[in-house]
Design a protein around this ligand. Structure first.
Ligand code: HEM
Ligand code: CU
Length: 572
């Protein structure tokens, strides 16, 4: 396969590599760093929420005066950290890890391809993403600091906010462009480069999840890119796409035409941002499906139902966006329609979760660490999904909108759901990445501590939300009804600090095992899919000889066979 291969220089091999595996690992390391950055911002906010107005210990006095004079966080800086936390965690952390890292590394291997269809475009997608991250962090150098209009950048606040908001928009344009490059590459690769015999319904669920995700990104992101450019024009060119007439800021009437619509921005933003939440969860579901099939030693329950549900979610995710806008002043007749579609979209999500849970039935489960993360995902995503239902109904959303109930709901989906699954994916494919495995004992300690502390942070959020605690509140104690639940803020912040400390176990185990971990053979988990049919780590071009596929992806425990796994490319 790699007769034309030549020795790349160091820069070609590790910096500007065209190899999907190297690009995948670049995405992995970079997105992990951004996750830690986004989490650190949150830890500062959590201190303020637990001990409003108290100097931040240890780092308080190191922070610049416009963020924390005397070590005490100021309200504007709280808004900035909140906006950047959300933006970084989603667009620089979880999505690049789930799609950029795992999609890039695993998809070509699972379809038996030597690389992505467009290696140069692939390299560009990483470096445009990287630039987007630098621009986003660079906004901290702007006079007045970074963006402070939430990750949703709602107008008119986002149009009148400081210059950091302009840099936020430019950063978003970089990140959106990078995702579009990636989506085109994933789709063309999955459609055109499958190994002989690898028909669509022999594809692993992971590949299906990446394909649906790429389609979502390709359709939804251009809308936000267009919206971002319009918002940029409102900020720098005096247009009024999102500025209504007669706006008065600090007692001074705005001198521009007006006639624009603030709701228009919300529609454009959520037309992307709701499919985006499926971009956050679908890759995680794909990873969990791979680990469960391997760990239960039996075919997945309802393979076709899972794939069908993913496609149905992909389709319907374009018809639910306005459930984020029930209180925006939008027409109530419109709200009825979106309530209906939102209830319908919960069906395929529950179907996928049910199939994954039923896959455990009758399995001879191997309790190795990847399996723990996959098992942890199931109830956590369950809580995340089910707590979304009251938010989809206008009657209950009127009460819960913009409270900590909402924060609890989506963090159960994206943190205890997606992040736990993504960590499981790192542990599961680590032997393929480096030919070594991460330390099993430390993985298990990390898993249990992580899931306990995550619940310590996010479960009390439901209690706070039902008690009426608003989100984006710098000092919750200024509202009397919040005082009664203030002790939960101390408990949640302590859990958040413990969660951060626990991640050091994962980070040390990851980098230590990269060089010193126990060496593994090509297929240490005795798995059936094609990525395990090439050396670990795979050479440039991946397969010494092009694989041919003879059966479905999860032929485990087939009666009459000597081993309980039957690889897709085994000719007999
Ligand atoms: C792992 C630890 C995390 C903790 C402790 C945490 C905590 C929080 C808290 C307390 C807020 C609400 C702040 C407020 O409204 O004042 C928040 C907001 C948010 N978080 Fe997280 N979060 C974590 C991870 C994540 C991840 C992984 C994602 C995304 C993938 C995420 C996305 C968001 C978003 C989008 C917001 C809303 C930001 C805004 O108001 O504009 N968080 N987070
Ligand atoms: Cu939504």
């Amino acid at each position: 396969m790699n007769s034309t291969h030549h020795e790349p220089t160091f820069v070609q091999r590790y910096i500007f590599s065209l190899d999907h595996k190297v690009i995948g690992l670049q995405y992995m390391i970079t997105s992990m760093i951004f996750l830690l950055v986004g989490f650190s911002f949150m830890l500062i906010m959590r201190w303020q929420l637990a001990f409003p107005g108290h100097p931040i210990p240890v780092i308080g006095h190191w922070l610049p005066g416009w963020i924390a004079p005397g070590g005490v966080l100021v309200p504007d800086a709280y808004n900035m950290l909140g906006a950047m936390h959300g933006t970084i965690m989603i667009f620089l952390g979880v999505v690049p890890l789930g799609v950029g890292a795992f999609g890039n590394y695993v998809l070509p291997l699972q379809i038996g391809a030597p690389d992505m269809a467009f290696p140069r475009l692939n390299m560009m997608s990483y470096w445009v993403y990287f630039m987007g991250g630098i621009v986003m962090l660079g906004s901290f150098l702007c006079p007045g600091g970074p963006a402070q209009s939430g990750w949703t950048s709602y107008a008119p606040l986002s149009v009148i906010a400081g210059s950091g908001q302009t840099v936020w928009i430019i950063g978003m344009i970089f990140l959106i462009t990078s995702s579009l490059f990636g989506s085109i590459n994933f789709l063309v690769t999955a459609i055109n480069m499958r190994a002989p015999g690898l028909t669509w319904f022999r594809l692993p669920v992971f590949v299906w999840a990446q394909v649906v995700t790429a389609i979502l990104l390709l359709i939804a992101f251009p809308v936000l890119e267009a919206g971002s450019i319009l918002q940029l024009l409102d900020r720098v060119a005096g247009t009024s796409f999102f500025i209504p007439a007669g706006l008065i800021i600090d007692g001074v009437p705005m001198t521009r035409a007006g006639g624009g619509s603030v709701l228009l921005w919300q529609h454009l933003f959520w037309f992307l941002a709701h499919p985006e939440v499926y971009v956050l969860i679908l890759p995680a579901m794909g990873i969990v499906a791979e680990i469960l099939a391997n760990g239960t030693r039996k075919p997945l329950f309802g393979y076709k139902e899972i794939v069908g549900s993913m496609i149905f979610i992909g389709l319907l995710s374009f018809f639910v966006w306005a459930h984020h806008m029930f209180l925006s002043g939008m027409k109530s007749s419109l709200a009825k329609g979106f309530t209906t579609t939102t209830m319908i979209i919960s069906v395929p999500s529950v179907a996928i979760l049910t199939c994954l849970i039923l896959s455990l039935m009758g399995g001879s489960i191997r309790y190795r660490s990847p399996m723990l993360y996959a098992l942890g995902f199931l109830p956590m995503f369950g809580i995340g999904g089910l707590t979304g239902l009251p938010l989809g109904f206008t009657v209950t959303d009127i009460y819960l909108h913009d409270t900590y109930y909402v924060i609890g709901h989506f963090h159960y989906v994206v943190v205890t759901g997606s992040l736990i699954a993504l960590m499981g994916g790192v542990v599961y494919w680590f032997p393929k990445f480096y030919g070594r495995r991460m330390n099993e004992c430390w993985n298990k300690i990390h898993f249990w501590l992580t899931i306990i502390f995550m619940n310590g942070i996010f479960f009390p959020m439901f209690i706070q939300g039902i008690a009426g605690v608003q989100r984006r509140l710098y000092d919750p104690t200024i509202q009397l009804h919040n005082v009664i639940v203030q002790p939960t803020n101390i408990f949640m912040s302590a859990s958040a600090l413990c969660l951060m400390l626990t991640q050091s176990i994962f980070v040390v185990n990851f980098f230590y095992s990269m060089f010193k971990g126990e060496k593994t053979e090509e297929n240490p988990w005795q798995a059936t899919t094609l990525e395990w049919a090439c050396p670990s780590p795979p050479p440039h071009g991946n397969f010494t000889s092009l694989p041919t596929v003879y059966r479905g992806p999860y032929e485990y425990s087939v009666p009459g066979r000597s081993t309980d796994w039957w690889p897709q490319n085994a000719s007999n």
